[in-house]
Design a protein around this ligand. Structure first.
Ligand code: ZN
Length: 160
């Protein structure tokens, strides 16, 4: 992962900075619940993209997905779209940060969906077996759009 400027350069129009709408305004106060900067605008905006069939990958600087506002964003979108939101299928070919593989068919799908992470059998062995949704993309997806929801970038850019 790089800085916003790097990512914009690397992915061009497929990279969108949305931290001003989808960032967590309480990011510097870990004891305060996550609150998206503009949920009323941001979630419907995301839903429209997903309904058009665009693959969106939410980006942030956090290592832990479970405490990141990306999970809040995902849960909100899921609440609107329900079954229409893409989930991975057993045996489906996917790309992970550690290379390509398939969703492990020996773990029931509902367990993987409920845990919000998928077991992946990689083509090239790697000790990391589990991946969250934001770490996966359909292998054949030609042009996923990278949505940067990292709330610090705005400040960073403003300071420079
Ligand atoms: Zn985060």
């Amino acid at each position: 992962m790089g800085t916003g400027a790097n990512m914009a350069h690397r992915y061009g129009k497929r990279y969108l900075y949305k931290g001003d709408v989808l960032g967590n305004i309480n990011y510097d106060a870990p004891d305060v619940p996550i609150q998206l900067a503009n949920e009323a605008q941001g979630i419907p905006w995301l839903v429209r993209w997903v309904e058009k069939g665009v693959t969106l990958i939410l980006l942030c600087g956090c290592a832990n997905y479970d405490t990141c506002h990306r999970k809040v964003i995902y849960d909100n979108v899921k609440a609107v779209l329900g079954d229409r939101l893409l989930e991975y299928a057993l045996g489906q070919r996917v790309m992970t940060p550690n290379g390509a593989g398939v969703i492990d068919a020996s773990v029931p799908l509902h367990v993987q969906v409920m845990r919000n992470r998928y077991a992946v059998m990689l083509d090239v062995w790697n000790p990391t077996r589990y991946y969250s949704l934001d770490q996966l993309e359909p292998y054949n997806s030609s042009q996923p759009t990278l949505l940067d929801t990292h709330e610090h970038l705005h400040e960073y850019a403003a300071r420079r």
